[in-house]
Design a protein around this ligand. Structure first.
Ligand SMILES: [Zn+2]
Length: 269
């Protein structure tokens, strides 16, 4: 699933090509990807100019020239790519046509979608429910958020209400970097561990951004380019392989239905 570095890379590759472009035509092939259900997306987008494309958590947020906003979530298998007249692949659900190119949203498993926000801040689900951005959070803020829960730190960090934008890959990689066992109850982390975790999250995300994210199966940026960070993963998807720091085999456990990889020697309980 695309996480913060992948979503940011999509934004970075999409924005320079789409900003100030007019949406001339909108094609919707599956309207169940549009939320709220029954919303007239073509009627609200046709003729509008894209003023801004930003990221919040794992969402790609579009702001139009009339201040209306919507976001696209890539879910598990979603892709948002720029194309010209290339053949239309299966599972393409939406096309935004500009004068010279197409922005295509394709999502075989359909966990993603297009979510209309409008301008009404009361309906702005962005602020009320989503946690802070991990690149901006301060150690005392992180400490405060983690102190409120007894859940395993791995699960707490996956929760978008605690912190926005992290998923399985970057939580596992950050916990390794911070030398914290994924099952540690969040409220039992000492301040020194929180400081390490705060630094580890930022460092891991910065490295991943530099390598344009991780491509495991589906992810590509808006220009169709794959990420390169998967080659540098130290624990994620490396069960049984030797730890890059101590050579002990990486262990895999299932936590809350999700696979979790860690080094039992570097990340002691
Ligand atoms: Zn190790």
């Amino acid at each position: 699933m695309p996480e913060l570095p992948e979503v940011q890379t999509v934004v970075n590759t999409l924005a320079p090509r789409i900003l100030a472009a007019r949406i001339d035509r909108v094609e919707v092939f599956r309207d169940d990807i549009i939320h709220p259900c029954g919303f007239d997306l073509p009627g609200n987008l046709t003729g509008r100019i894209v003023r801004e494309i930003t990221r919040r958590g794992k969402r790609i947020v579009f702001t139009l020239d009339n201040a209306q906003r919507f976001y696209i979530h890539l879910g598990m298998t979603g892709r948002l790519t720029l194309e010209r007249d290339t053949p239309l692949p299966k599972h393409t659900h939406l096309i935004l046509h500009t004068k010279t190119q197409q922005v295509r949203f394709r999502d075989p498993r359909r966990f993603g979608g297009v979510f209309w926000l409008g301008t009404d801040s009361n309906h702005d689900t962005m602020q009320d429910s989503m946690g802070p951005e991990p690149m901006l959070i301060r150690p005392n803020q992180l400490a405060q958020r983690l102190s409120k829960t007894t859940r395993a730190v791995k699960n707490a960090l996956l929760d978008q209400h605690v912190l926005a934008g992290l998923g399985n890959i970057y939580v596992d990689e950050s916990l390794f970097e911070a030398r914290i066992h994924p099952l540690t109850p969040s409220n039992q982390l000492i301040l020194e561990q929180i400081r390490r975790l705060n630094r580890a999250i930022k460092l891991t995300l910065r490295r991943a951004l530099r390598h344009r994210g991780s491509t495991l199966q589906d992810y590509v940026d808006a220009e169709g380019g794959a990420g390169g960070f998967q080659k540098l993963h130290r624990v994620y998807d490396r069960a049984g392989e030797p730890c890059r720091a101590c050579r002990h085999p990486i262990e895999r456990i299932v936590l809350g239905g999700r696979s979790t990889c860690f080094c039992p020697k570097c990340q002691r309980r």
